[in-house]
Design a protein around this ligand. Structure first.
Ligand SMILES: [Zn+2]
Ligand SMILES: [Zn+2]
Length: 92
């Protein structure tokens, strides 16, 4: 598996990071959580708490996720929806 990102992948990640949090809607910039390692196009936009917060985050006790009744695919759905809404179709 090649770890280096292509220019398009980097551009995609930058767009994801500009989004609000997909779980709690905290305004961006967010961090990009990889749903699957090395799969750059399934990144989820998350704020620090929903991402790495020890209690709230997906890498912790996932409490924000439980409160929002969301799992990673629900959050990915939100991230993709927001990307589609803001992207001029020519960029896809
Ligand atoms: Zn959040
Ligand atoms: Zn993560």
């Amino acid at each position: 598996m090649n770890n280096s990102l292509t220019a398009k992948e980097r551009r995609h990640i930058a767009k994801v990071k500009a989004l609000p949090c997909s779980v709690c809607n905290a305004p961006g910039p967010s961090s990009a959580h990889h749903y699957r390692q090395h799969s750059q196009y399934t990144c989820i936009a998350l704020c620090y708490e929903c991402h790495q917060g020890p209690k709230m985050g997906i890498h912790g006790e996932k409490r924000a996720w439980a409160i929002a009744k969301m799992d990673e695919l629900d959050a990915l759905n939100v991230t993709i929806q927001r990307l589609m809404e803001q992207a001029p179709s020519a960029e896809w």
